[in-house]
Design a protein around this ligand. Structure first.
Ligand SMILES: Cc1cc2nc3c(=O)[nH]c(=O)nc-3n(C[C@H](O)[C@H](O)[C@H](O)COP(=O)(O)OP(=O)(O)OC[C@H]3O[C@@H](n4cnc5c(N)ncnc54)[C@H](O)[C@@H]3O)c2cc1C
Length: 449
């Protein structure tokens, strides 16, 4: 590293101050880099509803932000020890698991986001609200803001969510979402609306998580803050072509008449609570194929979070995996040094891809197991509780920073060779779509997309 490099910390721009962008800012700051965050929105509202934050993310956040941050985040989540997986029509408990097997802490997305954002600001990282990035110069690299300013850095991180502009630049085309064939109605409202109704009293008075599984459908109920807040999410398979039309939105209002139809035959105790719902959102679950690269041709613009590895709701790992990615990117930039940004970004994507794919697949696998369990039992079999349990526990023991440090040498050596030859291998082989480990390369040259 040159003398100048040692004096001047690496400059990183993070585009987007969602949970992924905030985690990234914290991880980069912890490595001593100069970080600036640009966020399109003028202000954040308490948006979304239940979001899971696993121990795999929490342990990293504690490292960057201390025990107080960790404790605050844990206190936001559901405090029930267990969750119950129940039969659709009568609510019979089919399986019970510690909540920590499911998602870790399930709390309101907006509450987590507020704490993440405060931690970034407390660390002294500037977060510029109302600063939309409208274009990039990938060679410098720099961002162009809607206000006409251009800002340069050594690396730019596109943590700009599911409709990412940075992803368009990295891929060289607009990557349209596909329908997953599933849709969620979601509602989050004050517990006082449902409290007092004896029919649903089992589920509304204290923290608890219950899941009703049916054929091609399931309902998750999450009661928080000792009954002060109540949330349900109904996931169903879409059959109608029209329903499959994709509007990728967190804000689309749901039709409650449609919800009533979907819960016909469901355990009447939870139906009693759902019936009191003032309004809900209709969220078509969109799917995106894995990307062959997360890094621009110049290797200086790199994606993170939902912009490159969006998760289905049943994975309960979207924010946690974004946090892991933040950790790995920061470690790679540190280990590579300021003069070797391409080595860092290309090693980062290779270190991360297989794990994010595994975590994404977990969500699909769980949904499919839940949605088919009753069909199998209706055909005469008893349901083995193990077949409907969540298998997220192994994800939580993982330490993304330790793993990155351990594998850095072997993966970065491979990447160094690829950079020398100008032939960067894609993150997976299109010909072997099901192989989720990083596989032998078909060339993805510096000019290919
Ligand atoms: C409104 C909303 C509600 C959600 N609700 C839930 C939920 O209930 N449960 C759940 O599990 N997950 C939810 N998610 C998804 C979850 O937050 C993410 O999976 C996870 O936190 C990782 O997010 P991210 O930071 O990569 O992307 P996001 O959370 O989407 O954040 C991206 C940020 O980038 C900003 N941005 C986008 N384009 C630009 C640009 N050009 N210039 C500057 N800034 C830009 C956006 O305004 C946004 O703040 C929600 C996401 C959103 C946006």
């Amino acid at each position: 590293m040159s003398g100048t490099s040692e004096e001047q910390p690496l400059k990183v721009i993070v585009v987007g101050a969602g949970l992924g962008g905030c985690a990234c800012a914290l991880a980069l700051h912890a490595q001593g880099f100069e970080v600036t965050v640009f966020e399109r929105l003028r202000t954040f509202r308490r948006l979304g509803d239940s979001l899971g934050l696993g121990e795999n993310a929490l342990k990293l956040l504690r490292r960057w932000g201390g025990q107080e941050l960790y404790d605050t985040l844990c206190s936001i989540g559901n405090q029930a020890p267990n969750m119950q997986i129940r039969r659709w029509h009568d609510g019979k408990i089919l399986a019970q698991q510690p909540l920590m097997d499911m998602a870790g802490y399930i709390g309101h997305r907006g509450d987590y986001h507020e704490v993440f954002l405060k931690a970034v600001r407390d660390a002294g990282v500037p977060v510029h609200m109302d600063h939309e990035v409208v274009a990039f110069d990938e060679e410098k690299p720099s961002v162009f803001l809607a206000n006409g300013r251009e800002v340069e850095a050594d690396v730019i991180v596109g943590a700009d969510g599911i409709k990412s502009k940075a992803r368009e630049l990295v891929l060289g085309f607009k990557d349209h979402p596909k329908s997953s064939g599933y849709s969620c109605f979601r509602a989050y409202f004050p517990g006082s609306i449902v409290r007092g109704d004896p029919k649903c009293s089992d589920f509304v008075n204290e923290d608890c998580v219950n899941i009703w599984i049916g054929e091609d459908t399931h309902v998750v109920q999450n009661t928080l803050r000792n009954g002060e807040e109540f949330n349900w999410i109904l996931t169903r398979k879409l059959s109608d072509e029209k329903d499959m039309e994709i509007t990728e939105s967190w804000y689309q209002e749901g039709d409650l008449n449609e919800v009533w139809k979907c819960v016909e035959g469901l355990d009447e105790r939870i139906v009693a609570a759902i019936r009191k719902t003032p309004s809900c959102l209709d969220w078509k679950i969109c799917y995106r194929d894995p990307l062959q690269t997360w890094t621009s041709r110049s290797h200086k613009i790199v994606l993170l979070g939902d912009s490159c590895h969006p998760h289905l709701p049943t994975s309960a790992q979207g924010a946690s995996q974004a946090t892991e990615s933040a950790a790995v990117l920061a470690i790679c930039l540190k280990l590579a040094g300021k003069e070797n940004v391409p080595l860092a970004t290309r090693t980062y994507e290779k270190l991360r891809f297989a794990r994010t794919e595994r975590s994404r697949h977990n969500g699909e696998d769980l949904r499919d197991r839940w949605h088919s369990a009753l069909r199998m039992s209706n055909a005469g079999g008893e349901i083995d509780p193990e077949t409907i349990k969540m298998h997220n526990r192994p994800l939580y023991a993982f330490d993304a920073e330790a793993d990155a440090m351990q594998r850095w040498h072997s993966v970065s050596s491979q990447v160094a060779n690829e950079l020398r030859s100008g032939c960067i291998s894609p993150l997976f082989d299109m010909g072997a779509r099901n192989a989720i480990d990083v596989v032998a390369p078909a060339p993805l040259g510096a000019t290919a997309t």
